[in-house]
Design a protein around this ligand. Structure first.
Ligand code: FES
Ligand SMILES: [Fe+2]
Length: 386
């Protein structure tokens, strides 16, 4: 699981005047509003005796630990320790990690990592979000699967005829060669495919069986998978979904579906049912994939040209792992929860004024890539590994 990334931790509507517990990257976090109404995100493990801050309450814009009442401000520093005699100094080590928060698309994005602001990736664009020509609906889905497997599934066009009968047709499963366009934080492609005739009210929008153009893409921020489908020359739909790694085998997907046709409220239920059906169909396959985690070694599964966009994702992910931005999940097995709490490092640790602090909780161990077993050359339709 990659850190030094933005992930969606909650819906904006989840944030009330009570602390909100969430889990991202296998780590407990607490979200709350400070005095100005800005959302703060702290590590949810109190550095005193390990209690969950989220089980406490919000007082004066701080979160108060339910065990001994220590209060932490939005930067994670303790500002009150009730058991201290008057005039006693609050130790500087009495602090928890605090992660940057941004609200966008009515989601609460948290930056899980310690990069300074100027080095953090941007959030993905969604120009249709505020465009009145598009009707939006939302939903969510929880998978018992690795988030990288889930993202890849969304980029994979050759599975559609076999997994989604409403979307693809096994008799027309060929994926014509396509180019992948990459940028610093993601990539996209244009794919043409031949869906079956639509059923129900959707018959009205595509009367003839003609090929359809689609733009699948990904962005590392949020584990975003976006699919734009141009059903006709003017009518399109978009699925914009962010995939949050709750832990190594649980993914929480939040999706927004946008359509620029049949923009009436009465068509929402049908659109929602269609999107939900797609997730259920995917999960039946994705939750049983072995190994559960996406391989890091690109030669461990056989990839063809039609898997080009997934390979762009795998390469980008591998580069971030090489930078030391991936948690070595082996530590979850024996130490997390039982022996030792470890946290994702936050930008607070690198601030000049905090440099001399020895933080109470250690940071997560980082995954190290072992060299590839063999150098393989692409042959025929196989995709090259470089
Ligand atoms: S455990 Fe949080 S104040 Fe003691
Ligand atoms: Fe799918």
């Amino acid at each position: 699981m990659l850190f030094n990334m933005w992930y969606v931790a909650a819906d904006l509507s989840d944030i009330t005047d009570k602390p909100k517990h969430v889990k991202v990257l296998g780590k407990k976090l607490v979200l709350f509003k400070d005095k100005e109404g800005n959302i703060a995100c702290l590590s949810d493990v109190c550095v005193h005796r390990g209690a969950s801050l989220s089980a406490g309450r919000v007082v004066d814009g701080c979160v108060e630990c339910p065990y001994h009442g220590w209060r932490f401000d939005r930067h994670g520093a303790a500002v009150k320790i009730p058991a201290q005699v008057e005039g006693a100094k609050i130790p500087r080590r009495a602090r928890v990690d605090s992660y940057p928060v941004v609200v966008k698309y009515d989601w609460v994005w948290v930056f899980m990592g310690d990069l300074p602001a100027e080095e953090r990736p941007p959030l993905p664009d969604f120009p249709e979000y505020n465009d009145p020509n598009w009707r939006l609906i939302r939903g969510e889905y929880t998978w018992n699967a690795d988030y990288a497997r889930v993202i890849e599934n969304g980029l994979d066009f050759s599975h559609a005829p076999f997994v989604h009968p409403s979307f693809g047709d096994p008799a027309h499963a060929v994926i014509e060669d396509f180019d992948v366009e990459s940028h610093e934080w993601g990539a996209g492609a244009t794919v043409t495919y031949l869906p079956p005739m639509y059923k129900g009210m959707w018959k009205m929008i595509r009367r003839e069986r003609t090929p359809v153009r689609a733009n699948p893409s990904f962005h590392m921020s949020g584990g975003l998978m976006c699919l734009k489908v141009h059903i006709t020359k003017t009518w399109s739909q978009i699925i914009f979904d962010v995939n949050t790694p709750i832990d190594e085998n649980t993914t929480h997907t939040r999706w927004i579906h946008a359509r620029n046709f049949m923009r009436f409220g009465w068509a929402d239920r049908d659109a929602k049912r269609r999107v939900q059906a797609i997730f259920v169909q995917d999960a039946a396959v994705v939750e049983k994939i072995q190994p559960q985690l996406l391989p890091v070694d690109l030669s461990e599964e056989l990839s063809l040209k039609s898997d080009g966009l997934q390979m762009a994702y795998r390469r980008m992910r591998r580069n971030f792992i090489k930078k030391g931005w991936s948690i070595d999940i082996d530590h979850f097995k024996d130490s997390e929860d039982l022996k030792r709490a470890r946290v994702i490092p936050s930008p607070e640790r690198n601030k000049e004024e905090n440099k001399d602090i020895e933080w109470v909780l250690p940071t997560v161990p980082v995954q190290v890539i072992t060299p590839r077993k063999a150098h393989l050359h692409a042959a025929g339709d196989e995709i090259g590994l470089h």
